[in-house]
Design a binder for this molecule. Structure first.
Ligand SMILES: Cc1cc2nc3c(=O)[nH]c(=O)nc-3n(C[C@H](O)[C@H](O)[C@H](O)COP(=O)(O)O)c2cc1C
Length: 195
């Protein structure tokens, strides 16, 4: 698939087959992330790759439990509020049961931590689309970055103490056979030509 087509047809896919794509294919997606630009070429984005179904299920249970304990305030961000409400009902699987979840982390206190990780995540989403894999940015672990139980869990799987969780991406074979690709109408993202 040509690069611009891969960018313009990328959408979020949230329903997956259980089958784990070959490691080689997963690695192609990760390499696209690793080749993203970074501020001052710092290359500090850390990719923590989960493919074990039992570990992913344990993670979903833990996240559900921690969200259920959270308070909803007047200024709670809408998506976070939705996650808390879903968790309170029980059985909330924030990663949609996808077979692969790539969590991104970066150095605490590094000013470009989020920007670098976002570049990496977008590169991975475009690569996944070009490879006929579905993908979706999954942000719950970022919101729970300061949660002690979540950090303890993540330390078991490679998060370093000097790192902050910046985001994450699920990938896999789409349930329908093809990634979601229908374009979403652009109502926002205004462009101003200043000259
Ligand atoms: C920073 C960021 C965080 C997101 N977090 C989530 C998430 O936690 N769960 C989810 O299902 N989708 C998440 N998304 C996906 C957006 O909902 C999606 O990109 C948006 O609705 C536009 O749809 P599209 O990706 O199909 O074009 C996130 C996207 C971004 C850029």
């Amino acid at each position: 698939m040509e690069a611009l087509e891969a960018i313009l047809t990328r959408r979020s896919t949230r329903r997956y087959k259980k089958e784990i794509p070959d490691k080689e294919l997963i690695n192609k997606v990760i390499e696209a992330g690793r080749y993203a630009p970074s501020g001052s070429n710092s290359q500090t984005t850390h990719f923590i790759v989960f493919t074990d179904e039992a570990v992913l299920a344990e993670m979903a249970d833990l996240v559900c439990g921690e969200f259920a304990k959270m308070e909803i305030k007047e200024d709670t961000y809408i998506s976070l509020k939705n996650s808390i409400n879903a968790a309170r009902k029980g059985g909330y699987v924030f990663h949609y049961g996808a077979p692969v979840y790539i969590v991104t982390a970066n150095k605490k206190g590094y000013g470009n931590a989020m920007a670098d990780s976002a570049c990496a995540l977008e590169n991975m989403m475009i690569a996944a689309n070009a490879l006929d894999l579905g993908s979706c940015w999954i942000n719950q672990l970022h919101w729970l970055d300061k949660n002690e139980e979540i950090r303890k869990f993540m330390y078991r799987y490679g998060l370093n103490e000097d790192e902050t969780i910046t985001g994450g991406l699920i990938i896999g074979y789409p349930e329908s056979g093809e990634p979601v690709r229908e374009p979403l109408e652009r109502k926002g993202n205004p462009v101003t030509w200043a000259n």
